[in-house]
Ligand binder design. Structure first.
Ligand SMILES: [Zn+2]
Length: 109
């Protein structure tokens, strides 16, 4: 997927269309103060995985030997747009799936 290095987008802070530079979001590591803040049981409950009725894909599965999981060849890429006027950056609402991404000329991972 090819993208331009900069585009014109609406900036919520400047409240007008300004020039934005395009980059991709990197995977963030866990912080030292909250190392399990995203993998907690309370978070799972909040997602609705541990209560209610129904199978939720947990019990009626085939035996693990009889199926093989396909590995995905694409990744989900979150784009970040940084405003040139105020320096604020904002991401896109929904990540795109793409194997390779080119911003301007350089290939970003
Ligand atoms: Zn701005």
């Amino acid at each position: 997927m090819k993208l331009p290095k900069k585009t014109k987008r609406y900036c919520p802070k400047c409240k007008k269309h300004t020039d934005h530079t395009v980059s991709t979001a990197k995977q963030k590591s866990r912080s030292a103060t909250h190392p399990l803040s995203r993998g907690s049981l309370s978070r799972q409950k909040a997602r609705g995985l541990r209560r209610g009725f129904g199978n939720k894909g947990r019990f009626s599965k085939k035996a693990p030997k009889s199926w093989k999981r396909k590995t995905k060849v694409t990744r989900r890429i979150v784009l970040l747009y940084k405003c040139k006027d105020c320096g604020k950056s904002s991401g896109i609402k929904k990540a795109i799936r793409s194997g390779r991404i080119e911003i301007g000329e350089k290939v970003a991972k």
